[in-house]
Design a protein around this ligand. Structure first.
Ligand SMILES: Cc1cc2nc3c(=O)[nH]c(=O)nc-3n(C[C@H](O)[C@H](O)[C@H](O)COP(=O)(O)O)c2cc1C
Length: 336
């Protein structure tokens, strides 16, 4: 029988956060977002040293050769709907495979161990927490200069109010331009990324000098927004205009020569859905039209070509039909 080690070890790391006051949208001006940061200013030599250890952007070797040997992307693949993996599953069954997945134990890893390189955490997390949706953020700085970059430390985290989160990693030198702009102006458009956009979106992740517009690098087109200054990506199926309502900067974690890491909470101010991509009520986006990509580990992206469904159940109805649930129902309150 395999054993688990599930110790809930707290890291000694204390994450101090900088809050922006105001829980409701528009309760602060962009100036309030210009937080005083206690982040250390890195020297040139520190940045050069940090750059030597920064291996997040992987050397792809002879990628063109590898790519040439692969089958073509099938643009006409439609999305197949199959049965779920175990349609005969019953309450209490766990994984119906005779405990095979319990045969291996887990290794415990301290992400902050002094001899553990940061890049190991990066590679472990992006390969282990996958697929991740890609939020393609359009921002402008206070001078109106435009930026467009992809982020997969990204998620919708609620619908009422519609809220999103984006994580900005530290890098040698200065903070990500998108983060700089969000902090300075408090506005963005989150654009969805469909399969046909991947080359353009990936190109927009290039470390262009501050002030260079990735709109030009990607060749994607601007469409006007209603409630924020940054433009929407016309090619995206779904655009969300949004305003920053909170920022957390991980100042305690900042390393010499590296910029701050931060997470930003964004509240939606407007939705835009592409013609023909939703139902008449704008309450559902057609997956065949959205064709979302997910970011995986390393340099990999995934597409959705097969789905299955699971209706969500109600205890009051299920308890009458399941022996396991009716036994649990009888035990609730601790009696056995
Ligand atoms: C698909 C994809 C997802 C990415 N996700 C993130 C992310 O979540 N956080 C981050 O800091 N950088 C992420 N990056 C890297 C940024 O896009 C990259 O650093 C970019 O140059 C930042 O642009 P900016 O400095 O103009 O904001 C991602 C890159 C790609 C291609």
């Amino acid at each position: 029988m395999a054993s688990w080690r599930t110790r809930g070890r707290m890291s000694s790391q204390v994450w101090k956060s900088t809050h922006i006051s105001g829980s409701s949208l528009g309760s602060h001006s962009p100036n309030q977002l210009r937080m005083s940061s206690s982040a250390a200013v890195a020297s040139e030599s520190e940045i050069v040293a940090a750059q030597k250890n920064y291996k997040v952007v992987q050397d792809a070797g002879n990628f063109n050769e590898i790519q040439a040997a692969r089958p073509d992307f099938n643009h006409s693949t439609s999305i197949e709907v199959t049965k779920s993996p175990n349609p005969n599953w019953n309450y209490g069954d766990g994984i119906p495979e005779n405990g095979a997945s319990l045969a291996q134990e887990h290794y415990e890893i301290d992400p902050y161990a002094p001899d553990r390189p940061m890049i190991h955490n990066y590679r472990l997390l992006v390969s282990g927490i996958a697929p991740r949706p890609v939020g393609f953020l359009s921002t402008v700085n206070s001078k109106g200069e435009k930026n467009l970059s992809p982020f997969s430390y990204f998620q919708v985290i609620d619908h009422d109010p519609p809220m999103f989160i984006v994580g900005f990693s530290s890098r040698p030198g200065h903070v990500k331009d998108t983060y700089h702009n969000l902090k300075e102006t408090g506005e963005c458009v989150i654009n969805t990324v469909s399969e046909n956009m991947t080359e353009a979106v990936n190109a927009a992740s290039i470390d262009a000098p501050y002030g260079v517009s990735e709109w030009d690098v990607s060749g994607l087109h601007e469409a006007p927004s209603s409630t924020v200054k940054p433009a929407r990506v016309a090619e995206s199926v779904f655009n969300i205009e949004g305003k920053v309502i909170d920022i957390k900067e991980f100042t305690d974690h900042q390393k010499p020569g590296m910029s701050l890491a931060a997470t930003v909470l964004i509240k939606a101010t407007r939705f835009w859905v592409k013609e023909g991509a939703s139902d008449a009520e704008f309450s559902h986006i057609d997956l065949e039209k959205l064709r979302p990509i997910g970011q995986l580990g390393g340099m990999s992206y995934g597409r959705i070509s097969s789905t299955f469904e699971h209706p969500r159940k109600r205890w009051s109805e299920e308890v009458q039909q399941s022996e396991t649930l009716s036994r649990l129902d009888a035990w609730k309150g601790g009696d056995s």
